[in-house]
Design a protein. Structure first.
Length: 95
């Protein structure tokens, strides 16, 4: 919600930004693996941060496999948190 933050006063704009964030997240994690690798494997410095070779599981040859799995577990919860933070004031006034 940081980008174009002056539009955050209108609920329609906030929900549009959240929907766009959801679509981008879906593309990164559920789209072609090429997109995930392009973001986390090609950008300089990113691959070294997220690469992991598990010595116990030699069948995983993709060094970004563990990062894709672990980061994919919680990929939607921060979006739910943004919706909650936006709506908490309205919910409190309702109560």
């Amino acid at each position: 919600l940081y980008i174009k933050s002056d539009a955050n006063t209108a609920a329609k704009a906030v929900y549009s930004k959240i929907a766009l964030t959801l679509v981008v997240t879906l593309l990164i994690y559920d789209g072609p693996e090429l997109i995930f690798k392009a973001i986390f494997g090609v950008i300089p410095g990113m691959r070294q941060l997220f690469a992991f070779h598990d010595p116990l599981h030699k069948e995983f040859t993709n060094e970004l496999h563990e990062w894709h799995f672990r980061s994919g577990l919680d990929r939607f919860i921060w979006i739910v948190g943004m919706v909650y933070a936006f709506e908490v004031g309205r919910f409190e006034s309702f109560m």
